[in-house]
Design a protein around this ligand. Structure first.
Ligand SMILES: Cc1cc2nc3c(=O)[nH]c(=O)nc-3n(C[C@H](O)[C@H](O)[C@H](O)COP(=O)(O)OP(=O)(O)OC[C@H]3O[C@@H](n4cnc5c(N)ncnc54)[C@H](O)[C@@H]3O)c2cc1C
Length: 395
């Protein structure tokens, strides 16, 4: 009997990978392990729900290519499955003169990446977002929104229907090369797998480390959001974003109307005190010790000390958050900001203190490890799944 292929991690990347493998090889025995009681409970179920266009990423990078391909696949999947999806478009707004050259650079990058982008002046911006103000803006009509938790649950249902074994509440704790395969262990059990693909999100480095030392460490950054009250939400039609710092594109507070009508404001990005630390009070001594003893973390801190301090200050001060949001929508008031959700981003940091910029996949023997799948990996997930299925076939 053929040994199964094993996917570790039931977030969108793992589910989409299992889906790509199942569609190519209907007879292949396939097993997915997820440590939680349900799929999609971490990054996949705690994000902004934006189906990104891919404008921010370097032309030729995996992120640029897989984001564009993945966005098309995601829209088609949602349509075919009757899942919520809306192509609402997005505006990126320059509010200060020094942001204008960066906005222009983004327009050039959109062109290089083959993404439709329209330059807007203040009046053009007002047509799309009547309460936003800025010196100039870019509108990306292809950007959409969806509910990634619902997409993950649908993928799970389709995988089960297609005969894939999904084991929930099962945390992989060992990966050992054994003959022509890999022995995958969990508490109380083990299985011999022909090949393994690990898609463990916030634990990607640890799961890689079950086999060999990882080339990068995951640093967890919590993204904290507020929800807008109905009066505040009435000031936002779609997605209103600032011009990002090219070095840290996930920073910069924005306003996002989600697929269910709610409007999120944020995020602040702060170091999470646990890999799954969704509040300031959730602390894991093991997780924190791993961060604090990693030289790459301190190199990152030295490079970004001012930005990091400001993010923490804004996490603790609603007034600072409001000041930044008002640059985009001046009519917002403090009482529009209600407590909102939080998610933790898994960001791979290299030993030299640089953030791993692209999606990162490492092959060790018969295992493929996804080491870095930050935003826009939800958008790109269906394309990442195809990419990993190709890589698996290569070796
Ligand atoms: C606040 C926030 C906002 C974001 N906004 C967007 C957005 O709008 N658009 C977008 O495209 N992307 C966005 N992202 C990024 C996106 O959510 C992630 O890139 C994507 O969900 C990554 O999916 P994943 O499957 O790699 O990780 P996860 O969804 O985290 O899944 C990994 C899974 O592996 C499991 N696991 C870990 N270790 C083990 C083990 N040893 N054994 C078994 N299972 C294990 C975990 O329990 C988890 O379920 C955002 C992220 C955050 C945090």
């Amino acid at each position: 009997m053929t040994s199964p292929t094993c996917v570790i991690g039931g977030g969108l990347v793992g589910l989409a990978t299992a889906w790509a493998l199942r569609r190519r090889h209907p007879e292949l025995p396939l097993l997915l392990l997820e440590k939680e009681a349900e799929v999609g409970t971490h990054q996949t179920g705690r994000n902004s729900g934006v189906v990104h266009s891919g404008i921010y990423y370097s032309p030729g990078s995996l992120r640029a290519r897989l984001c564009r391909e993945g966005a098309e696949r995601m829209a088609a999947f949602c349509e075919a499955e009757g899942l919520p999806f809306r192509r609402c478009g997005k505006v990126i707004v320059a509010t200060r003169p020094e942001e204008l050259p960066r906005l222009e650079a983004l327009a050039a990058r959109a062109q290089a990446n083959g993404i439709e982008a329209h330059r807007l002046g203040p009046e053009g911006l007002a047509e799309h977002e009547p309460h936003a103000t800025g010196l100039a803006a870019l509108r990306l009509p292809a950007t959409g929104i969806t509910d990634y938790g619902a997409v993950a649950r649908r993928l799970k249902a389709k995988l089960l229907d297609a005969g894939v074994a999904i084991h929930l509440g099962r945390e992989a704790t060992g990966l050992q090369p054994r003959g022509e395969g890999v022995l995958v262990r969990w508490r109380g059990g083990e299985i011999f797998a022909d090949r393994v693909i690990t898609c463990a999100g916030l634990h990607a480095d640890r799961v890689h480390g079950l086999q060999s030392p990882p080339p990068a460490r995951i640093i967890p950054f919590r993204g904290e959001y507020h929800l807008l009250s109905p009066e505040g939400a009435a000031l936002v039609k779609g997605l209103i974003y600032p011009v990002p710092d090219p070095a840290l594109p996930f920073l910069g507070v924005h306003l996002t109307r989600g697929i269910h009508g709610e409007v999120d404001a944020g995020p602040n990005a702060v170091l999470a005190l646990a890999r799954e630390g969704y509040t300031w009070s959730t602390l894991s001594a093991r997780d924190l010790a791993e961060v604090l003893t990693y030289p790459g973390f301190w190199r990152l801190v030295r490079k970004q000390v001012r930005t990091g301090a400001y993010e923490v200050a804004r996490s603790l001060s609603k007034q600072l958050l409001l000041r930044d949001l008002r640059r985009l929508v001046p009519a917002l008031q403090a009482d529009h900001l209600l407590p909102g959700p939080a998610g933790v981003r898994a960001q791979a940091v290299l030993p030299n203190g640089l953030l791993a910029d692209d999606f990162l996949v490492a092959r060790v023997g018969r295992c493929l490890h996804v080491l870095n799948a930050p935003s826009p990996a939800a958008t790109a997930s269906l394309a990442i799944g195809e990419f990993l299925a190709d890589r698996m076939a290569e070796g």
